[in-house]
Ligand binder design. Structure first.
Ligand SMILES: [Zn+2]
Ligand SMILES: [Zn+2]
Length: 380
């Protein structure tokens, strides 16, 4: 049974070559796998190709018009082995190029020698003091910079670029692929000139033709107050100069904050721990807290419990590019005395007695096991 190739393309039996071509182009654009990922579209695309292969070929079309199928195995004698669409799989761009003369190809033609440079990144370690209040930090940058010998041209003094003989200056070499569409011309970058279309007969001795050299230079980067670990400061066009002296990329300075001995940072808030003796926690006291940039008197209320937190407003890190600061949280640890002399122990026991708190006396001779027994027997 012959397939309805006219129906697949949606053209009449009397369609002209032009009409067939137009119908195919329209459908190919719609169903090409590069544009339409639907699996059904893939099948449809194969059919469309097969139909075009047949109807664009006078001999095969004649077989169809006589009721045969030139693509069926042994069906029409023409063509040889292979089913519908068995020819080389032609890329969408190649099909379009075949119709439009390659004018639609992106990035065709010589590649410019001068290209933009890459961004660079540099790690900068800072203390909390510096991230909090800002700093002008000296940095050493190791990037490609413009070659001053040739100003980026890459050619030795008094010499010029030459047209590449391998590709005639086009930067690409064309190869011809024979497909059912006829000859499809595809282009590859020229390997002699790396696609530039030109060669450098006498490269600049300083940069060997690259137009740039690596160098180490010192800069000062202004770090604003309030930056955080992991933030990046962008220095426009301080990155790598591009090949052929192309515009430099940007330099990103990534902030790494060293851990601080006293303060830990959460956003713009700071946290620290302060230990007070049991007596001070009970009686209340006044502490002097050394913040990042000041000394603050802080009252510890009588009866303060372990784990209590005191908040010092606006003694944290200044907000980045804003007004105000985070807070400082002082976490209080209460220290219980570990060794009491005889007098201290007596006073503490009397103190407990006045509060009606029962404190059993641990046997001085009993040792660990008798203490354990007492605890289990409820003498604890
Ligand atoms: Zn140079
Ligand atoms: Zn070339």
């Amino acid at each position: 049974m012959a397939r309805d190739y006219y129906g697949i393309l949606g053209v009449s039996r009397g369609a002209s070559d032009d009409e067939i071509k137009r119908a195919y182009r329209k459908l190919a654009r719609q169903f090409h796998p590069d544009v339409n990922p639907d699996p059904e579209a893939q099948e449809k695309f194969k059919d469309i190709n097969a139909a075009y292969e047949v109807l664009s070929d006078d001999r095969k079309r004649q077989i169809v018009d006589l009721g045969g199928d030139p693509l069926a195995p042994g069906g029409g004698g023409a063509g040889g082995p292979g089913g519908p669409g068995a020819g080389p799989f032609v890329g969408f761009q190649d099909i379009m190029d075949a119709f439009f003369g390659g004018a639609t190809g992106a990035g065709r033609g010589p590649r410019p020698r001068t290209r933009p440079g890459a961004d660079a990144i540099l790690r900068l370690e800072l203390d909390l003091q510096e991230t909090a209040f800002g700093v002008e930090a000296p940095i050493t940058v190791d990037t490609a910079v413009l070659c001053t010998t040739c100003s980026g041209a890459g050619t030795a003094a008094g010499t010029h670029l030459a047209t590449c003989e391998a590709c005639g200056g086009r930067g690409e070499v064309q190869s011809v692929q024979r497909t059912f569409l006829g000859q499809v011309v595809s282009a590859r970058p020229c390997t002699v000139c790396q696609g530039h279309g030109t060669t450098i007969p006498q490269p600049c001795p300083t940069c060997a033709g690259d137009g740039r050299v690596r160098t180490r230079r010192s800069l000062t980067v202004k770090i604003p107050a309030g930056v955080e670990d992991g933030m990046r400061i962008r220095l426009a066009q301080q990155g790598e100069v591009g090949p052929g002296g192309g515009t430099a990329g940007d330099l990103y300075v990534e902030i790494h904050e060293r851990p601080h001995d006293v303060f830990s940072r959460k956003g713009d808030d700071l946290h620290c721990r302060v230990t007070v003796p049991m007596t001070a926690a009970a009686l209340g006291t006044r502490l002097t807290i050394k913040t990042l940039d000041s000394e603050e008197p802080v009252d510890v209320k009588p009866g303060t419990q372990p784990g209590s937190t005191l908040r010092l407003r606006a003694r944290g890190v200044p907000h980045l590019r804003g007004t105000g600061r985070g807070d400082l949280y002082v976490h209080l640890d209460v220290r219980t005395p570990t060794k009491l002399d005889v007098d201290q122990e007596r006073m503490l026991r009397e103190f407990a007695k006045t509060r009606g708190e029962e404190v059993a006396e641990l046997s001085k001779q009993g040792g660990f096991f008798s203490r354990m027994r007492d605890a289990f027997n409820g003498h604890g």
